[in-house]
Design a protein around this ligand. Sequence first.
Ligand code: PNS
Length: 166
Amino acid sequence: MMSDRLAICPGSFDPVTVGHLDIISRASRLFDRVVVAVLTNDAKRAAFSIDERMQFIRTAIADAGLDNVEVDTSDKLLADYCRERGAVAIVKGLRAVSDFEYEFQMALTNKKLYPDAETVFLTTSSENMYLSSSLVKQIAAHGGDISDFVPKVIKSEIEERLHKKG
Ligand code: PNS
């Protein structure tokens, strides 16, 4: 019998969007177990702490009823984390062509560092094609409506945290 197959969905999730949740939910149907790994992207300055980002994701996956998904964090390299957890795949969403070069570079590097995990790209749903956490942050900071972009259960918390008053 095949052992149960674990996939890692890595990202900075600052904050998690409906686009991320769509990818996590689709990954949860393809694999036995999914770990959403909240990691540090050295190229980005985060607005939310790791704990806040993990809590947002936990709330969203509980609300979506994804019971084979857990949330974790690590300060290790993604490749080392995959080795430690015995993951068979790294699942990422691919949006527009502009994602491609950066994602391809990471996928090839992770494959070199840990050949036993395959990076699997899921094409984004068309309505999330141009959605990103950084746009969500900008919209919320200026008091705009982020209802279409983040899971409903965490919307007001994100707005409260980001809205610059006055
Ligand atoms: O959501 P993001 O910011 O595009 O995700 C990027 C992330 C966090 C997955 C990437 O920066 C990462 O893997 N960070 C952990 C450190 C690491 O392994 N870096 C080398 C990647 S080849």
